[in-house]
Design a binder for this molecule. Structure first.
Ligand SMILES: NC(=O)c1ccc[n+]([C@@H]2O[C@H](COP(=O)([O-])OP(=O)(O)OC[C@H]3O[C@@H](n4cnc5c(N)ncnc54)[C@H](O)[C@@H]3O)[C@@H](O)[C@H]2O)c1
Length: 456
């Protein structure tokens, strides 16, 4: 059993690690500057929506292996390992904002104890070279006689599957120049049975950015192919299945839609782009990935505008607000940017999300939030599916249709069966489903006049 401190322990990654490390039997203190979160956590209440988290949180609090504090003086002394999990959001030019990391590193250093040796684990996604920066800041603030080592240990978990991914990683990446520190962190991961890749700091840091950039590239690639499908009269879902069946390619991350979002892909591709530019390179591929992604949401709204004969005065029901299913996280959510564009064009929006309504109340004050997916249909000209929550597949489409004043269903995630939608008397519009739209096929005459339902 290792005494561990998790800095940023109230966030998605930090809370996941605090709880999972306690579950593995360690004695964990989660440290966060957000006092309200710490208070809730100490009462067994999870501030974020994640499968299995409330149960595992309470179990480990009750077992006395886990507690939360805002006080570095209480948390760092006595911990052999300190996980650094603070945020690394984007600055306006795309570069990673390291202010949280710098502040946390300074506080960690200031609370190390003379005569101890502590491992600081860089868990946050940090630009190449940050391990040296963290080491320098910790050293600057540490008292004489306090020894420490830094290990770069980037995280690959997915929101919505935080605990699963922490406890069942595909691989663990450890970067350091200190064998003793690598061994100490390897020991923590050893029970998980995952392959451990040991490398230098800079390679470890770059692995994280390259992994996210690759996944984002797959999504933008298929969205680019979707644009082509619309023009060429092909169906991107079939094209994706056809290429994804090739084991060199694989089917995952080949779902055309309104683009990727969340707190990681956009910011990490942006930060990698800035790193490459800073190194004197011209990251054309990365820039294109971001541009295609921005375009995906814009095209979706433009298509709604076209099919409804203008959005001004329209009422749109939106399904899904979180950036993906399984989470309440609205950061950089494509659904949110679609809603903002709809409102800009004069539409009014009623929206549903199974988990993110509480977060949406302050983020989207100009829309009506509904706690029932059918309620968004009341008087709606169109429904726009923006987040692929599985429950939207189970919707009774005839019931939906009867509440709407229009008949358009815009499937921003290609999630619904078009035949089922059309059987309910609705018009179906997906992403890149060109072979379902003869009017858009190359050379075919356009026969799809915009049809907009009149207000009832
Ligand atoms: N969210 C993900 O899916 C995910 C996945 C992999 C990696 N990451 C990376 O992990 C890092 C954390 O991401 P997140 O989504 O958990 O962020 P988050 O914003 O949810 O959590 C960060 C936490 O750090 C706390 N904090 C800020 N400054 C602090 C300080 N000086 N001392 C103590 N606590 C402080 C904040 O109050 C917050 O609770 C980021 O670098 C992110 O890129 C995130």
């Amino acid at each position: 059993m290792t005494p561990i401190c998790v800095v940023g322990g109230g966030g998605y990654v930090g809370l996941g690690y605090a709880v999972a490390l306690a579950e593995l039997g360690h004695s964990v203190v989660g440290l966060d500057i957000d006092a309200a979160r710490v208070e809730r956590l100490n009462h067994g209440e999870s501030p974020i929506f994640e499968a299995g988290l409330p149960e595992m949180l309470r179990r480990n609090l009750d077992a006395g292996r886990l507690r939360f504090t805002t006080d570095y003086a209480e948390a760092v002394p006595g911990s052999d390992v300190v996980f650094l999990c603070t945020g690394t959001p984007s600055l306006s030019d795309g570069e990673a904002d390291l202010r949280q990391v710098r502040a946390a590193a300074a506080s960690i250093g200031a609370h190390l104890q003379p005569g101890t040796w502590t491992v600081v684990v860089n868990k946050s996604t940090m630009p190449v070279g940050t391990a040296e920066l963290v080491a320098a800041i910790v050293a600057e603030h540490a008292p004489a006689g306090a020894e420490f080592a830094v290990v770069s240990n980037p995280e690959f978990l997915r929101e919505g599957r935080v605990l699963h991914d922490i406890l069942h990683p595909d691989r663990v990446v450890l970067g350091a120049d200190d064998d003793k520190a690598i061994a100490a962190v390897s020991d923590l991961y050893e029970p998980l049975g995952a392959p451990i890749l040991k490398t230098d700091h800079r390679s470890a840091e770059l692995i994280k950015y390259a992994a996210n950039a690759f996944l984002a590239t797959k999504i933008s690639f298929i969205n680019d192919i979707a644009r082509l499908c619309e023009r060429m009269g092909a169906d991107v879902t079939v094209v994706a299945a056809g290429i994804g069946a090739d084991e060199r390619i694989g089917p995952r991350f080949l779902h055309a839609g309104i683009g990727f979002g969340g707190s990681c892909f956009p910011k990490d591709v942006g930060a990698l782009t800035r790193m490459a530019e800073g190194a004197g390179l011209h990251p054309g591929l990365l820039r294109a990935v971001l541009e295609i992604n921005r375009d995906a949401g814009r095209r979706f709204v433009a298509r709604a505008d076209e099919l409804l004969g203008g959005l001004d005065g329209c009422q749109i029901g939106v399904w899904g607000l979180a950036f993906k299913e399984g989470t309440d996280d609205l950061r950089d959510s494509p659904a949110v940017s679609v809603i903002e564009m709809l409102i800009e064009r004069g539409a009014s929006v009623r929206a549903h999300d199974p988990a993110a309504l509480a977060n949406a109340a302050s983020r989207l004050p100009d829309i009506t939030l509904c706690d029932d997916p059918y309620a968004v249909a009341n008087g709606a000209d169109a429904i726009a599916l923006c987040t692929p929550w599985p429950e939207y597949k189970e919707i009774d489409l005839a019931r939906l249709k009867s509440a709407m004043r229009g008949d358009l269903l815009l499937d921003g995630r290609n999630m619904l069966d078009p035949a089922r939608v059309e059987a309910a008397g609705l018009r179906y519009e997906g992403i890149g489903r060109g072979s379902r739209k003869p009017s858009l096929a190359a050379g075919a005459p356009s026969n799809q006049a915009p049809t907009r339902a009149q207000p009832a």
